[in-house]
Write a protein that binds this ligand. Structure first.
Ligand code: PFF
Length: 449
């Protein structure tokens, strides 16, 4: 297949914007606070930060190296770089993870759309924290709305992916993400000035080491992978669109630090309010939806803040869902020679079936119980906590032990164009530290020591 006129990102900022667009999303603003809240707060944050630096950044660099070197989707990349070897299975697992993630992620994006709608019609007006909580439960359990919003979101994602990389992704991210950041800062200021806010900060930043268990460590690892969009080949796919003259190391560091900053900022916006309004920080995946509208109610100009915030959150989710769908579509177009349109429609239809079960987990499919999990929980936990770290394990092992130093250092330095003094450290991490750390977290979560 002719790969000479493959799409590529137009500029340095375009690359960072697109990769950051994938990384920044509901994972930062919805999943991070809920998982942190359910896992004891500050100690989780500390472990999370360590994982981002020690494992996350090296995995992200490794994905970029694989993708740009092979110029393919994850499955095809492993086939080209390791012909006749079973490494392509990592690519297949990535496609499977993309299916699962999109199914529940777009369901949550659907909740965001409902909240955007409620902001427009002023549906939060005058409601207490308790009423806000009931409102969310009623929405999620009572009707076809969550499923309809999920489908709306899938259609939007598919339309953008169909239009292609360059036009589809760069344009939106560049302008809108900085605005989201400003809004989060405004929200944090309001949240921090609520009476009783201090307790939330203590919860978020003061580690209580007695809270650390095998499960907490596993969840922190899973959240780091999920938030950085690593472990399933999304950034292998994006790496294949990065031009040869870009520095992969710098890009990975900027994207990871930005992503982490936004997650912590979301924590600063949410936890003070959680404590001020006596909401249970461990309530689960409904935490953010029950907290944010209450903060908006307490802000001057809350109507507009809430409107713009949920709009931007939906956009942030969209720049992530397109990156997930792109993994599947790149695979279908390059491996089965499907046209882009056909690949997108087929992938979106298949994912939608799974997603209807996920978004109906509180209504139509409430009784459906798989090993004690709802469909939504099963997709969420299995993909983030097991599939992504497992994928990351194989990705670093591949780059560290099998790809060959000349290729790896050639990619990182753009064939000698840039110095890569960090290379020995990078190699040590991808060969030893990252794979051993991931293995230990898995064994520990199984209670093996
Ligand atoms: N990183 C995204 C977020 O934090 O919202 C979610 C995500 C996108 C996960 C792409 C995995 C992925 F491959």
């Amino acid at each position: 297949m002719d790969l000479t006129n493959r799409d590529s990102f137009g500029s340095k900022f375009g690359v960072i914007a697109a990769a950051a667009g994938s990384a920044i999303g509901l994972g930062n603003i919805w999943r991070f606070p809920y998982v942190l809240g359910a896992n004891g707060g500050g100690a989780f944050l500390l472990i999370y930060l360590i994982f981002v630096v020690v494992i996350g950044i090296p995995v992200m660099m490794s994905e970029f190296v694989i993708g740009r070197s092979a110029q393919r989707n994850p499955y095809g990349a492993f086939r080209i770089l390791a012909p006749g070897r079973p490494w392509y299975l990592v690519g297949i697992m990535g496609v499977a993870a993309a299916f699962m993630i999109l199914a529940f992620y777009a369901a949550v994006a659907g909740w965001t759309m409902e909240y955007l709608y409620q902001s427009v019609v002023n549906g939060f007006s005058g409601k207490s924290a308790e009423e806000m909580s009931t409102m969310f439960d009623t929405f999620r359990s009572g009707s076809a709305r969550p499923v309809i919003w999920f489908l709306v979101f899938m259609v939007m994602t598919s339309c953008i992916v169909m239009a292609g990389i360059q036009k589809g992704i760069e344009k939106y991210t560049k302008v809108l993400m900085p605005v989201l950041l400003l809004l989060l800062i405004a929200l944090s200021i309001r949240s921090l000035t609520l009476p009783g806010a201090g307790e939330g900060l203590v919860f978020l930043f003061k580690p209580d080491f007695s809270k650390i268990t095998g499960k907490v460590v596993l969840e922190a690892l899973g959240q780091a992978f999920f938030s950085l969009s690593i472990g399933m080949g999304t950034l292998i796919t994006y790496g294949s669109y990065i031009q040869k003259k870009e520095r992969l190391g710098n890009t990975a560091v900027s994207v990871s630090l930005t992503d982490t900053f936004i997650a912590v900022l979301a924590g600063v916006a949410i936890f003070p309010a959680v404590f001020a309004f006596s909401i249970d920080p461990a309530s689960g995946e409904d935490l953010v939806f029950k907290t944010l509208p209450v903060i908006f109610q307490q802000m001057p100009g809350g109507y507009f803040f809430s409107l713009i915030f949920f709009l931007l959150l939906a956009v942030a989710a969209l720049t992530s869902t397109i990156s997930v769908l792109e993994v599947v579509v790149a695979n279908f177009t390059e491996e089965f020679q499907f046209g882009r349109r056909k690949a997108t429609v087929l992938a979106a239809l298949a994912i939608s079936v799974l997603g209807i079960f996920a978004s109906g987990s509180w209504s139509w499919f409430k009784e459906l119980d798989i090993f004690g999990f709802s469909v939504f929980e099963l997709l969420d936990h299995t993909s983030a906590n097991y599939m992504l770290p497992l994928g990351g394990f194989f990705i670093v092992v591949f780059v560290g032990w099998f790809m060959g130093k000349p290729k790896v250092s050639g990619e990182l330095s753009s064939n000698g164009m840039f110095p890569v003094r960090y290379y020995p450290l990078f190699l040590f991490i991808v060969r030893f530290i990252a794979p051993i750390a991931i293995a230990l977290v898995f064994l520990n979560s199984l209670g093996l020591f």
